[in-house]
Design a binder for this molecule. Structure first.
Ligand SMILES: Cc1cc2nc3c(=O)[nH]c(=O)nc-3n(C[C@H](O)[C@H](O)[C@H](O)COP(=O)(O)OP(=O)(O)OC[C@H]3O[C@@H](n4cnc5c(N)ncnc54)[C@H](O)[C@@H]3O)c2cc1C
Length: 524
C-alpha cells in the first residue's frame, strides 16, 4: 500500500476535524518538525506551497557539517551541536549522507599548521561522533588526492572529514517517513490566511490546493510557521504591523564536469577574497563549487545568480584549479536564499549573522522557527516542539528522533551513477523495471536515467510536474541544465500518461520547465 499518495492525503486533510499541529512549509525546518511531532504521537499536518525542498532546502552546499567557518568565528556551541547532529544524520540516512574527505590546500607551512590546529579542535568537539581524524599532509599527498590542484607554490595541506548529502532527496524521504508514521504531508497546498478564535488566538489556516484552486479551512491547536525566507509573509498574516524577522542572503553554486576535480575528495578553501569559505565537492558525478553571501531585500522562490557572483566563484576556482573553468564549462548554476534571523543590526554583514535558529511564539500563539541549517534540522525541531509544549500550546508528550531511521534507510554505499540514493527503494524500482521492457529504457541516449525512475517518482514520490522530477527526484536540473531541457519532453510525455493529463498539459509543462531551466545556464 502506497501511503504517499496525494489524492488520499488531500482526502485526509479534508476529513480531519482538528489537527494537533499544522506546519506551514515543506523544507528542512518544517519536515523536521513534522517528524518530531509525529513521533510524539501528535496529529500532524504539513502543507507546502510548491514542492518539497523547492526553496532553500534544495539549494544548499550539501554539507552535513559542524561548520569550520563558525569555529573560526568562535561559535563553539553551534559547531558542537552541529557535529552531534552530523552523527545522527549519517547514522539515520546512510543512503543519502556519507562521510567525505576534505583537503585544504595550503601555500605556506604556517597556514598549514594554523588550519591543522583548528581542525584538531573540530575533531575534539565532535567527541564520540568523530568520523575521522584530521591531519597535516605533505604536498605530494595533496597532489595525489587532488590531481587537478594548481601545483605552483603549494606547500602542504590539511585533511579532515565532514558529511555530504542530497538535500532535496532527504526532504522527500523525511516527508515519506512522517506519512508512514500517520501524518499528512502535501505539496502544492498554500496557506493563504490564518484563522483566529474569539480570543484572537490562532486556531488554524485557510489553505488553497494549487492544483484544483479549491479552498479548505483547517482547524489546528498549533500552527507553525516554517517558511524560511518567506516567514515574514506569514507573520504579516498574523500581525500586519509585525517587524521583519528575516534577512535573506543569497548563495550560489556552479556545477562543473567531474574532470575539473577528478577526485573523490573535496577541496575546502578557507578564506576567499571576500572572507568566505569556498567548497568544490564531488556530487552526482559532477563538481559543485560555491558559495557566496549576498544580502537581498526581497525573497523569491526562484532566485537567480548575479553576474558578479558567477564571476567571483569562477575567479576563485581558477586560482586553485590547474584547468581554469569558464562560463562555457558551467553545466548548471543555482542560487539559494539563507533565512538568516535578523539580529536588529541592519548594518551587520550577512556572513557575520549567526546561523543559530530561533523559535518565536507570537501573542496569538503562532510559532515561527527561523534560521539554522540543514545539518541541525532535527535539533531545531526538537527545540521547537519542546517550546510548544512548555508554553502549553500542546500537552506534553515524550519521544525522541535521535534514532528514527529515515525512509530509504539502507547501509548500501552512495555510489554515483547507480540507483543507490534510493536506498531500500532501489529494489522496488528494479522490480518495476521487470514489469515492462519499456521501463528499462534510458530517457535518451545521453543519460542512464531510466523511464522507470520517472514512473516511480510519479507513483511513489508525489512528483506532480516535470520540474519536480528533473530538479528534485532526479537532480538533473542541478547537475546539467542543458540535459534537463533535452529530457523534458520525454518526461512530460511519461507523466501525462501516468497522471491522466492531456497534450495541452504536456506542452505547458515542457514550455514552463524549459523557461525555468534556461535560468540555470550562465550567460556566455
Ligand atoms: C547557498 C546555501 C548553502 C547552504 N549550505 C548548507 C549546507 O551545506 N549545510 C547545511 O546544513 N545548511 C546549509 N544551508 C542552510 C540550509 O539550506 C537552510 O537552513 C535550510 O534549508 C532552511 O530550510 P527551511 O525549511 O527553513 O526553509 P525552506 O527550505 O525555504 O522551506 C520553506 C518552505 O516554506 C514554503 N512556504 C512559504 N510560504 C508558504 C505558504 N504560504 N504556504 C505553504 N508553504 C509555504 C516554501 O515554498 C518553502 O518550501 C545553506 C543555505 C544556502 C542558501
Amino acid at each position: 500500500m502506497n501511503f504517499f499518495n496525494r489524492d488520499l492525503l488531500i482526502k485526509s486533510l479534508k476529513e480531519t476535524e482538528e489537527w494537533d499541529i499544522l506546519i506551514i512549509g515543506g523544507g528542512a525546518t518544517g519536515l523536521g518538525i513534522a517528524v518530531d511531532a509525529t513521533v510524539r504521537g501528535f496529529k500532524t499536518l504539513l502543507v507546502e506551497q510548491d514542492d518539497f525542498a523547492k526553496a532553500t532546502s534544495g539549494r544548499s552546499t550539501k554539507l552535513v557539517h559542524g561548520g569550520v567557518r563558525y569555529l573560526a568565528q568562535g561559535n563553539i556551541s553551534l559547531v558542537k551541536e552541529a557535529l552531534k547532529e552530523r552523527g545522527f544524520l549519517l547514522k539515520n540516512a546512510p543512503h543519502l549522507a556519507k562521510n567525505e574527505s576534505f583537503v585544504i590546500p595550503c601555500f605556506s607551512w604556517a597556514k598549514g599548521f594554523f588550519y591543522a590546529v583548528g581542525l584538531k579542535m573540530y575533531d575534539w568537539l565532535a567527541g564520540n561522533k568523530s568520523i575521522g581524524k584530521s591531519k597535516l599532509i605533505f604536498r605530494k599527498e595533496v597532489e595525489k588526492r587532488l590531481p587537478t590542484i594548481k601545483k605552483a607554490s603549494l606547500k602542504c595541506g590539511v585533511l579532515y572529514h565532514d558529511g555530504i548529502f542530497d538535500d532535496a532527496r532527504l526532504a522527500l524521504n523525511l516527508a515519506q517517513t512522517v506519512v508512514e508514521k500517520g501524518a499528512v504531508v502535501i505539496n502544492y497546498c498554500r496557506v493563504i490566511s490564518l484563522l483566529k478564535n474569539e480570543g484572537q488566538k490562532i486556531c488554524g489556516a485557510t489553505i488553497m490546493d494549487k492544483e484544483t484552486q479549491e479552498i479548505v479551512e483547517v482547524k489546528s491547536k498549533v500552527v507553525v510557521n516554517a517558511t524560511g525566507v518567506f516567514a515574514d509573509d506569514i507573520l504579516k498574516m498574523d500581525q500586519p504591523e509585525s517587524k521583519p524577522l528575516i534577512r535573506p542572503s543569497q548563495g550560489i553554486h556552479l556545477v562543473l564536469d567531474g574532470s575539473f576535480l577528478q577526485s573523490g575528495d573535496s577541496i575546502m578553501i578557507p578564506h576567499t577574497d571576500d572572507g568566505r569559505v569556498l567548497f568544490a565537492i564531488p556530487w552526482h558525478d559532477k563538481v559543485l563549487v560555491g558559495t557566496t553571501d549576498t544580502p537581498l531585500k526581497i525573497p523569491s522562490p526562484e532566485p537567480r545568480a548575479l553576474e558578479s557572483e558567477v564571476e567571483f566563484v569562477l575567479k576563485t576556482a581558477a586560482s586553485y584549479l590547474s584547468e581554469i573553468p569558464t562560463r562555457k564549462n558551467v553545466l548548471s548554476v543555482f542560487a539559494g536564499l539563507r533565512p538568516l534571523a535578523a539580529n536588529g543590526d541592519e548594518t551587520a554583514k550577512t556572513k557575520e549573522i549567526s546561523r543559530s535558529h530561533k523559535v518565536i511564539i507570537s501573542e496569538s500563539g503562532l510559532v515561527s522557527v527561523i534560521g539554522g541549517k540543514w545539518t541541525t534540522y532535527r535539533k531545531m525541531a526538537e527545540d521547537a516542539m519542546n517550546k510548544i509544549m512548555n508554553h502549553q500550546l500542546l500537552s506534553a508528550k515524550s519521544g525522541s528522533t535521535e534514532n528514527v531511521k529515515i525512509h530509504g534507510y539502507s547501509m548500501e554505499a552512495n555510489k554515483p551513477g547507480s540507483l543507490s540514493f534510493y536506498g531500500s527503494d532501489k529494489i522496488e524500482i528494479e522490480m518495476l523495471e521487470e514489469e515492462n521492457e519499456y521501463f528499462t529504457q534510458p530517457l535518451s541516449k545521453e543519460t542512464h536515467i531510466k523511464v522507470a525512475q520517472v514512473i516511480w517518482a510519479v507513483r511513489n514520490e508525489m512528483a506532480r510536474t516535470v520540474e519536480d522530477v528533473l530538479a528534485r527526484r532526479i537532480r538533473v536540473l542541478f547537475t546539467d541544465a542543458r540535459l534537463a531541457i533535452l529530457l523534458a519532453p520525454k518526461v512530460a510525455d511519461i507523466m501525462m500518461k501516468e497522471l491522466n493529463h492531456n497534450e495541452i498539459w504536456k506542452a505547458n509543462q515542457v514550455e514552463t520547465f524549459t523557461q525555468l531551466a534556461k535560468g540555470y545556464l550562465p550567460t556566455l
